[in-house]
Ligand binder design. Structure first.
Ligand code: GCU
Length: 348
């Protein structure tokens, strides 16, 4: 697998040098197909991969004579940060990456790293599905040479480790992997742990070899990425809902005709629908597999204690980063709407 990783990369560079054109010969007619490359860090059964297959099918159904979409899973083209750089330069065309990886390109993305930003899944989905609002956020990386086309649900993140975590006190002295973003590091340290940022693909070995004690992620990390083999305790403290983004090279997107652009956008939205449909199912299934087949213990903790521990973090982030204030205020409104709904329902 590793040698493929390297040779795949060389082949990619060569392909790029050729201007990403493949010559297809059929019945003596020569036509040129533009290869569209998408990189992501998940396995081929992950909801995001399934969503991207939808993207591929739709683009090729509508524009198959001009475009062939190739999907590279499992960080084959590099971890999120590397793959974003490749997308920036146009060496590849699209990448799926979590918003934590975008903080260095646009300050507004820091908002999603705030602990306990969304107070319900409903609020999270409503905010992310508000396309008009999100378009402004998506355009915030234009200056960096890429733009977000759509989002994918990446569930709710919680801590998991080699030993059980019941309260923030149990995190004291533990080295926990976080995503490579300053806000994620701050958050983890605020919980009392020692944050250890690294790319997603390195986490399994780091836990196995004892370089770190654990990490934080959704349930699929336990199964799809096999972290449940090396970390047997998953504590539902639910500190973050961090979306993943489908990011496209801006020049590529700009050079599409209006009609083509509309098709790529539609393909992106269809991929989100597909991804979200399989997410809930797969998260449930991951929990079952982790528990029954991998022996992972799921711990329901008192979330209030964890929330209290990091209660100053949101305000500190707001004070420092002006770019997040507008979106934060909007998210609070949506949060309230669902809190009110719940209170009314409970009252009935
Ligand atoms: C999730 C998320 C990824 C992210 C990863 C991580 O799997 O979907 O986008 O890279 O967590 O923690 O790095």
């Amino acid at each position: 697998m590793k040698s493929w990783k390297r040779s795949g990369f060389t082949a990619l560079a060569a392909g790029t040098a050729l201007g990403c054109m493949a010559l297809l010969c059929g019945c003596g007619i020569k036509s040129e197909t533009r290869i569209v490359r998408i990189s992501h860090g998940q396995s081929e059964t992950h909801p995001e991969h399934l969503g991207l297959l939808k993207f591929k099918a739709y683009v090729e159904e509508k524009l198959g004579d001009k475009y062939e979409v190739q999907i590279y899973p499992n960080e084959l083209l590099g971890g999120a940060q590397k793959a974003i750089e490749l997308t920036q330069t146009g060496a590849i065309d699209f990448v799926v990456a979590g918003t934590a990886n975008l903080e260095n390109f646009a300050d507004v993305y820091e908002v999603f790293s705030m602990p306990y930003l969304f107070t319900s899944e409903e609020a999270y989905h409503e905010v992310m599905n508000n396309r008009e609002n999100m378009e402004q956020v998506y355009a915030s990386t234009d200056k960096a040479g890429f733009r977000v086309l759509t989002w994918y649900n990446a569930g709710t993140r919680s801590f998991y480790a080699k030993k059980p975590i019941y309260t923030p006190d149990d995190l004291k002295g533990l080295k926990m992997r976080v995503q490579q973003s300053p806000a994620s590091v701050n958050m983890c340290n605020a919980f009392g742990a020692a944050a250890s940022p690294m790319s997603f693909g390195e986490v399994y070995t780091a836990i196995q070899q004892g370089v770190i004690d654990g990490a934080e992620n959704n349930e699929l990390a336990l199964t799809n990425n096999k972290h449940g083999e090396v970390a047997k305790y998953y504590s539902y403290n639910r500190h973050q809902m961090v979306p993943d983004m489908l990011i496209g090279n801006l020049k590529f997107l700009q050079e599409l005709s209006d009609e083509e652009y509309a098709i790529f956008r539609e393909a992106a939205l269809l991929s989100t629908e597909e991804e979200m449909e399989s997410w809930d199912e797969q998260a449930e299934e991951a929990k079952r597999i982790a528990k029954e087949e991998m022996g992972v213990e799921f711990i329901d903790v008192d979330i209030g204690i964890f929330r209290d521990k990091v209660s100053d973090v949101q305000q500190a982030m707001l004070d420092k980063n002006e770019a997040i204030r507008g979106l934060y205020a909007y998210i609070q409104k949506v949060n309230e709407k669902y809190t009110e709904k719940k209170t009314v329902q409970e009252g009935n």
